[in-house]
Design a protein around this ligand. Sequence first.
Ligand SMILES: [Zn+2]
Length: 430
Amino acid sequence: MKKTWLSFGLICLAALLLAGCDTVHVVLSSEPGQAAELIGAGAYTQGQEATVSAMPEPGWEFVSWTQGGQVVSETSDFTFVVRRKTKLTANLRPLEYAVSALAQGQGDFLYSQEPARHGSEYTITAVPERGYRFVCWTEQGEVVSTEAEYTFTAAGHRDLTAMFLPEDYKVDLEIEEGGQVAETWTLLPAAQVTLEAIPREGYEFFGWVDLQTQQEVATQEEYSFICEERRSILARFRKELVPADGSSLKAVVGKQTTIGEYAPADLVELPSHLSVKKRRVRSQVADALEIMAQAAQAEGAKLNVDSGYRSYSTQHNLFYRYAKRDGVLAAERYSARPGQSEHQLGTAVDFGGTNRDYSDGFADTSQGKWLLANAYKFGFALSYPRGSEEITGYKYEPWHYRYIGVELAQEWKESGLTLIEFLQMKNQAD
Ligand SMILES: [Zn+2]
């Protein structure tokens, strides 16, 4: 190369001596600017051969080289002999892309039939036929938009499919606070919908409820089903459960806490004079019940424990039995989920054996009246008083008492708080 230049230099020198040697410039530009990388501009010797090239930037294609408005080449590499100062323009145009749309189900499209120019905004609108509704745009099996009017910036060919479903193939979603739900459909071989629950930070998902049947239909975050009718589904979220120590008399047991599969180690069976069904409770609770029952008897009330300790699995079965019978949302108002029942502590009891068991009317029985007035003196607190469902999550249960110890029960009574509020306060103070 150097040699060549050197020889050119010598020739030039010779030419200069003979006829005068001129350096001439080749000036390059592109239209539009920045649409191509240009090579070959610079100083040349008159009569020298020059090759210029235009390399289009992504999204552009080469059209021609022009000089003073005249096309001088239609190839991007252009070779010529430089005779004088030369200004060349590389002309480019944006790439154009094909946009095709296909309907799954019954529907049509609104879009300009023109190809999409690179970098331009392109809008295509899906229009369902009567009796159908638009679901989403997909491309190669992926959902790209759930808006019927889909606008994108053209950067390649598009092969879009709009999904239309009969109007009755629909999921009406209700979503509890604490998360969101992504809904995707496939139509073949059947209309199948997949719901995915996405909890927010600090929250967890805990089940899908069919609002027509009121049944919990799935507990996994992802739930798929064939949908050939309208369905109403509730996505349930709750604050992440706080673990509580089930062995503590002060354990906070409610809908925002869990004692897991805790089981007490000191369960004893109650004698039949305290519990016809010989229910089990923790030993110190059995002792307290004995003392309280004697005091009650002296005042003409006969106490009887109808339900005591319930294991995690017993509570599981019980909850789902109620849920099946009354619906899961209704069951939650009176029955705890496993890990969230005070009965699992071995310190909670349901009094009964009357003809008004497990009803508001229990409050008017001799047991109900005596317990309301006196139980706290023996260490028992009424967990779910009338009118506190907003706080406790449970409706009024005049039969359900929990042992927290005589001293704490006195303090609780004086506080005027519901039991769970009181225990939350005590646990925070520790
Ligand atoms: Zn109970």
